[in-house]
Design a protein around this ligand. Sequence first.
Ligand code: IVH
Length: 725
Amino acid sequence: MSASDNLERTDSNMRIAALRAELARHDELYYRQAAPVISDYEYDGLRRELDALLADRGLAPDACGALTQLPGDDRTEGFAKVAHHAPMLSLANAYAESEFREFIARLQRLLPPGESLEFVVEPKIDGLAVSLTYEGGVFTRAVTRGNGSMGDDITRNVATIAGFPRRLSAPVPEFVELRGEIYMTHTEFMRINAAREATGLPLYANPRNLASGTVKLLDPAETATRKLEIVFYGLGACLPGTTFPCLSAFHDALVSWEMPCVSFFRKVACAQAAWECIGELDRLRHGLSCPTDGAVVKLDSLRAQEIVGASSKYPAWAIAYKFAPEQVATRLRAITLQVGRTGAITPVAELEPVELAGTTVSRATLHNADEIARKDIREGDEIIVEKAGEVIPQVVRPVLEKRGADSLPFNFAARLAELGLDAMRPEGEAVWRLRSPTQEQLLRKLIHFASKQCLDIANLGPAIIKTLASAGLVASAPDLYHLQRDQLLGLEKFADKSADNLLAALEASKRRELWRLIHAIGIPNVGMQTAKDLARHFLSLGALQGASYGDFRRKQRGRKGQELSAEESIINGVGETVARSIITWFSDPAHRELVENLRVLGLNFSHGPYGQAGAENHVLKDKVFVLTGTLPSLGRDEARQRIEAAGGRVSGSVSSRTSFVVAGTEAGSKLDEARRLGVTVLDEAALLALLIQGDEDGRVPPHAVASTNPKAAPTEPLAVQGELF
Ligand code: IVH
């Protein structure tokens, strides 16, 4: 080997090591912290560079968790595992015209002369792949991709998605797996993030992460609070196998069944026309309703597809052409520091407004001090901005050639000092936090405490809170409960009645459910759902306060019961970050004092009994339920607790006074009795719908009840949210 060969090899070794480290960092940010700092497109670029260097050495690609090229296994705890009848494969990606042409050339080699080279072209939806089974035209099951052969049964969560028919109109195949994507619109994503921002919770990175997190919530009632969409584009197993000769005929069937389909669908007769369609889609993509990150080109004929076949991962008959995220250059006017409710300080790029991917962008996220330093972003720089996940603008890099000679690196600590912010960076965290709260932060905390998602204190909105704080009457939550009638009457905003109303609302708030208080006290990273899970698990605020790390996370065990190094959550949704955040929060003496003050003031610190928790929620008031048989997911006790929490009663026998019989499999004589007396019968999904709907608008929706035949469950149609299916 020559000296120059040696040098090259060392260079390439160093680059391989650097790329591996870089990719590992992004995997950590993406998978564990749900806070990616580069787009999938950039990530794919790094991984492809690494794969190419390894291939040069005759080495196989690394088998680590690539984001988009090697789809991982999406299966999670808490869901039944179901086998797909036809495997759910992924798609090979192309990033340049040459790669698209290679795909075409390969098809030409594989197909006999004269075989059809017609294609369909459609958007690549950036969501979560799902397979819906219809038997005899009736929706029976929804399953995630999982590892491609077997996925998670998410039927109950998919049942909360509106807008797709639960029954297909004839003619229908005997059995069919419809493949599609669950996604979230930009508008819904923004709505949820805005609410999180208002309560100081970390923001979701992109609609895809949020959509897949939502589908995987263990409580369908929670899933139903976020609006998911579904769209269909693919065919899995189908009986009879000859039902569809080509994808365009299958697309026509989807349309005739009124299934939501991709809004751009073209059938073309040659590769060149397909290439032109890709360009057209790229121009149109920001106006499409689904988040779109590429174009998918597929052979139309199923016979031709069969001839070219598939590898274990990808079909040879399709390719995803990934669009580069749109980027623009603009001036970074300044870096401002924002203080959140929890005292976290977030740097924000204030930009010269610029058009990007369909909107005007004037601010962009800078993540944290490390990111600014790593990218060496400076005030006054010309910078490149793009939309991460096509939604949130972020700064990619400065344009170094245009940097002025007098420019200085951004000094985070010095800026904090200039602004008079007394902050520190807790060990192991990327975020700077205030040591003691500012007035603005105190207000935000109080607003959060009283908000609908927390203690839901009527008549205590942001304006009143500001008035009370400016008058010096409140600086923290316990102060609220010391307010006197006379003090309120001394303020312009209050008269006799409004003062009495506020005091009554404050009194009532002491009896709220435990999860509300857990959410209200503002532990970083603890949102409403986590608060509910914590309340259910620990049953009291004291137990939560006393919990140690081992009460949240434990070592996984291998097949033979041996301890593994990997950890798992004991409580749904409580990962390492959340666990540490809770422990750190309670270790602060000021927080312990706050909790103690609230306890002395008489706020409810305990979870049970459910009846108390639901005392304010009377949607099922006076309704008498009888439970019979085995429900698919709710245990008897949980079903009873949830009914009682909504104000209903559970009785052991059916009579003319029974409002509903909830029947599972192997329901016995109680079901027969219900039929004889004409009592409405619910299956589990209908019960959940009743609880969900009731939660939302406080009344029993007539369409949530259905007299189905649960004896035939689970393939019998379920009734949920306005549609019988
Ligand atoms: S066809 C055999 N069409 O992208 C694979 N997939 O990255 C058939 N996807 O696994 C898939 N939009 O989950 C197809 N219009 C589209 C798609 C699409 C999004 C997903 C799908 C696939 C993944 C590959």
